[in-house]
Ligand binder design. Structure first.
Ligand SMILES: C[S@@+](CC[C@H](N)C(=O)[O-])C[C@H]1O[C@@H](n2cnc3c(N)ncnc32)[C@H](O)[C@@H]1O
Length: 301
């Protein structure tokens, strides 16, 4: 039977502990994070995202940037530390009042340009004006997902499959990231550039690390990830790409590792393929690689 997974009540009402979710952003929250041993040079995730965005001309002088679901504020803090003088305004949107409060503490040095909005990412894009960039980092998996779908009965919200010609499995049941699809639709309709990243079910493996694909499904459909008091779903990026292209938008996408400059030591492959972990550094690397390999980024320009 078709049902809808929603995390709205959880994010609105419960205290949220992101350390139980192992987000990539929190793994690299600061330069001093233990995961920094994996990097060419220690950098926070916010700085990495900022470097990536400036490299693509997406952080312009005087830009107004909106982050949906900013968690503890770590990504935006890194971005502002390095690129704060470029940005004129920052809008942080979150369903969780507790996290909005925490973000304001984290972003204290820049509060004169930060405004916080307690709202749902599902409907907010149409209500915001003057945005130059939207950042949605590890949030799309929390948005609404239809589950228990069958190819023969795709009506209601699931009719989006026919609307955009989205590929689906030959037989059910399968799940569909309707919340993420509608968010991309709203971003495209408004013509706003966006950076999106999430745990995917159709990952891209970096060409110089083909062994990272070992045992990984590269063309699958959204999978449930059970977390504390809620579930999120992996994202089918090919669906988001199709939607954005249907609006005539330019889309680029790849492995999240593209923007995380790993120190390519000779032992990486062995640590990963042989699970050979004799030191704390090797354990960190194995855990990180095993997790990050399923993540993708997408830029809608
Ligand atoms: C998994 S956390 C990711 C936090 C941060 N972006 C990171 O990468 O560490 C999801 C974030 O999105 C927020 N969130 C979840 N669903 C939301 C929704 N429908 N509207 C707005 N914010 C939402 C949560 O409160 C939280 O801040």
């Amino acid at each position: 039977m078709t049902s809808a997974n929603s995390t709205t009540r959880f994010h609105r009402e419960e205290p949220i502990d992101l350390l139980k979710e192992f987000t990539i952003c929190e793994s690299f929250a600061k330069e001093s994070s233990p995961y920094a041993v994996a990097l060419e040079e220690p950098r926070s995730y916010g700085v990495m995202v900022g470097d990536f965005l400036t490299g693509r001309g997406l952080l312009k002088e005087g830009a107004v940037v909106c982050e949906l679901g900013g968690g503890y504020g770590s990504l935006m803090r890194g971005l502002l530390e390095k690129y704060g003088s470029l940005l004129s305004r920052v809008c942080m949107v979150d369903l969780s009042k507790g996290l909005l409060h925490r973000q304001r503490i984290c972003l204290k040095p820049w509060l004169q340009k930060v405004f916080s909005v307690n709202a749902d990412a599902h409907g907010i894009i149409d209500a915001l004006n003057g945005l130059d960039l939207v950042i949605v980092n590890e949030v799309m998996g929390d948005l609404d997902t239809l589950t228990g779908l069958y190819p023969v009965s795709l009506d209601g919200e699931a009719a989006v499959v026919g609307e955009y010609g989205l590929e689906i499995p030959g037989e059910g049941p399968f799940s569909l990231n309707t919340g993420a699809i509608r968010l991309v639709e709203a971003i495209c309709r408004r013509g706003i550039p966006a950076f999106l990243s999430e745990h995917s079910c159709d990952p891209v493996i970096p060409a110089d690390m083909p062994w990272l694909g070992q045992g990984l499904a590269l063309d699958s459909f959204p999978r449930e990830i059970r977390l504390h008091h809620h579930s999120e779903y992996t994202i089918r990026f090919s669906h988001l790409e199709k939607v954005a292209r249907a609006f005539g938008r330019k889309v680029e996408t790849g492995a999240l590792l593209d923007l995380i400059p790993l120190r390519k030591t000779a032992d990486l492959r062995m640590i990963f393929t042989m699970k050979a972990c004799g030191t704390a550094r090797q354990e960190i690397l194995l855990e990180l690689l095993d997790h990050v390999r399923e993540y993708r980024w997408m830029v809608i320009a």
